[in-house]
Design a protein around this ligand. Structure first.
Ligand SMILES: [Zn+2]
Length: 304
């Protein structure tokens, strides 16, 4: 059974980014009967608190609260999201499998390199996914077999089994984003309802109709906001599902604020963007395109 297409796919660098930047919007879309999904590019193995397995369990719980139909994490190294050909192929593969109409990406500027790199990587993957002549699996396989060829040469050299007189191999496993065993082709790790057998059949070219950028991590004026007044509490709970990160505890308490402080910050941001549009809580987005209006008397948000 091929999985039905997603209406909205949110792509972000880290597990818990979507919960902080556009979780309310995903929940609202689910409430309107839309099918939503989340792709986390990394698995959180570099976190000060907890490990990748903890983060996976927490991500699943958060997805349930946000009523997401689908969630997966790729195996791109945490803290090292790079816009490489292989990573673009991995993300493009997910776009072909899930066939979203709308993709939400992080804004393309920010403090954390993983966030702004994920933006460009996501955009270019959306483009690649639509190229009719691109055979993604073949391209990925040739990347990975080139890698294993180089890796075994490196292993031989390291083991002193072989003297090479030519160019020195200089690629490491980390550079290719591989983590050893792979649950799924393309380095995906499923956390929810993935029909693995449907992969190849659903790899037809696909390009999303719309790309919007979640701007909450960066101080930039959004081009629109989504009213999440009714979704705010659930969105906060989805973030709190990351217990290893956000519950009050000893480890890393100098860098992690207490729950009450997090709540105050999240609420202040949501109120700020809500106020811009005359609602209580909102999430900010940016679109590169202009807005198209049919009836000027129906444009929301009061001017004066
Ligand atoms: Zn992040």
């Amino acid at each position: 059974m091929p999985s039905p297409s997603l209406d909205v796919l949110a792509i972000a660098a880290h597990r818990d980014d979507v919960e902080q930047t556009c979780g309310g919007t995903l929940l609202k879309m689910a409430g309107l009967g839309r099918r939503t999904g989340i792709l986390d590019l990394t698995r959180g193995e570099m976190g000060t608190r907890g490990n990748a397995e903890d983060r996976q369990r927490e991500a699943e719980a958060a997805a349930k609260i946000l009523r997401a139909s689908w969630r997966e994490a790729l195996d791109i190294p945490d803290g090292r999201v790079e816009n490489t050909w292989e990573n673009r192929l991995k993300v493009a593969r997910v776009i072909r499998r899930t066939r979203p109409r709308v993709v939400i990406l992080p804004y393309w500027k920010g403090r954390h390199p993983d966030h702004y790199t994920a933006s460009k990587l996501g955009y270019e993957a959306c483009f690649l996914a639509g190229l009719a002549k691109l055979d993604i699996d073949r391209a990925l396989n040739s990347q990975q077999s080139a890698f294993s060829h180089v890796a075994s040469a490196v292993a031989s050299v390291v083991a002193g089994e072989q003297q090479t007189s030519g160019a020195k191999p200089h690629l490491s496993a980390a550079e290719f984003g591989t983590t050893g065993s792979r649950a799924l082709p393309g380095g995906a790790e499923s956390t929810r309802d993935l029909p693995a057998g449907a992969d190849t059949a659903s790899l037809m070219p696909h390009r999303p109709f719309k790309i919007i950028y979640a701007t909450l991590y960066y101080d930039v004026r959004p081009t629109f906001v989504v009213d999440i007044t009714d979704q705010f509490e659930a969105r906060f709970e989805s973030l709190m599902a990351y217990k290893s990160q956000f519950s009050d505890q000893e480890a890393g308490k100098d860098i992690f604020p207490a729950r009450a402080e997090i709540r105050a910050r999240i609420e202040a941001m949501a109120r700020f963007y809500g106020m811009m549009a005359g609602v209580t809580y909102a999430e900010p987005f940016l679109q590169k395109e202009v807005g198209l209006v049919e009836d000027v008397t129906a444009i929301p948000v009061k001017s004066i």
